[in-house]
Design a protein around this ligand. Structure first.
Ligand code: NAP
Length: 287
């Protein structure tokens, strides 16, 4: 129940009404028995600074950031973690006592299902489809895994070059290479991990797949195909991948784990109920 002592959390974006974060976080907050409420805030780009100052004034404890504010929020923060600096985007902000701090929990979310596989990734090649916002978290994640090579595929040569240049100061930059889609067929036989960081195959375009069955057949044994999309589950890509004997991972766990990491940060709890968060998301996505 909301009362005089209830603390505020939330998510800002434009649009925001389709965000799954409120239902996921409020279910976890209820299970933990905490006196918090997590609200959606529809904030236009022009109002971002005013909103952040207002959040400080009304003592919001922390908030998530979604499209289109993940980069622009950075100018309003007092501290940004190295991982968020490297990615160039912040999805989680908290009040640190005298200012706002920001980080990016998408890397934690992305890595969670891969770490469960308990593999040695050091001799492996990761192929990342797309070079947008999510691909940045994926590249940072693959670097943390220690992948021997990270090959990023894009359809725009200028964007690919910009993407490559943005990582040049990072220690793993020598493992990163960028390629156009025409080169993909020759790269696939080394692809131990393939990540779809494009919207191809997302509802309502559910018949689309970034890779065909023939292309997936080129992957090495025990390859992992990871689609960041969570509507539908599974995507056509993942159905085809399983048919070709690959291990499939969809985007739901990334969504759960990036949220759990944010809630743990805000509430200082290490027992965030991920099973409840997963369950409410599955229910919501079924409707
Ligand atoms: P984004 O910044 O718009 O980037 C999308 C990338 O996909 C760009 O490189 C874009 O290329 C490329 N692309 C778009 N349509 C394409 C097509 N038809 N063929 C080939 N490439 C195409 O989007 P994002 O935020 O990175 O999100 C990408 C996907 O990840 C979305 O499906 C999103 O739902 C998912 N995601 C999931 C989670 C999760 O928690 N599971 C988190 C974040 C994102 P151009 O730049 O040339 O257009």
């Amino acid at each position: 129940m909301v009362d005089g002592a209830t603390k505020l959390l939330g998510v800002i974006g434009d649009p925001i009404e389709h965000s799954l974060s409120p239902v996921m976080h409020n279910a976890a907050i209820a299970e933990l028995g905490l006196n918090y409420v997590y609200l959606p805030f529809h904030i236009a780009a022009a109002d971002l600074g005013t909103a952040v100052a207002g959040f400080a004034a009304i003592q919001v404890q922390g908030f998530n950031i979604t499209i289109p504010h993940k980069q622009s929020i950075m100018t309003f923060l007092d501290n940004i973690t190295p991982v968020a600096q490297a990615i160039g985007a912040v999805n989680t902000v908290w009040w640190n006592g005298d200012g706002w701090s920001g980080t990016n929990t998408d890397v934690i979310g992305f890595l969670a299902p891969l770490q469960k596989l308990e593999r040695d990734w050091s001799q492996t090649t990761a192929i990342v489809l797309g070079c947008g916002g999510a691909a940045r978290a994926v590249v940072a994640g693959c670097a943390q895994l220690g992948c021997g090579a990270i090959q990023v595929i894009g359809r725009d040569a200028a964007k690919l070059q910009k993407f490559a240049a943005s990582w040049q100061d990072n220690s793993f930059a020598r493992t990163l290479s960028v390629h156009e889609w025409t080169q993909l067929s020759t790269l696939l036989p080394q692809g131990n991990l393939v990540v779809n960081a494009t919207p191809v195959g997302m509802f309502p375009m559910v018949q689309a797949s970034p890779l065909s069955a023939e292309e997936l057949a080129k992957l090495p044994e025990q390859a992992v195909v990871y689609d960041l999309i969570y509507t539908p589950r599974p995507t056509r890509l993942l159905k085809l991948a399983v048919e070709q004997g690959a291990i499939a991972i969809d985007g739901l766990e990334m969504l759960v784990q990036q949220g759990a990491a944010a809630l743990a940060k805000w509430t200082n709890r290490d027992d965030v109920p991920t099973a409840t968060m997963r369950q409410v998301l599955q229910q919501k996505l079924r409707h």
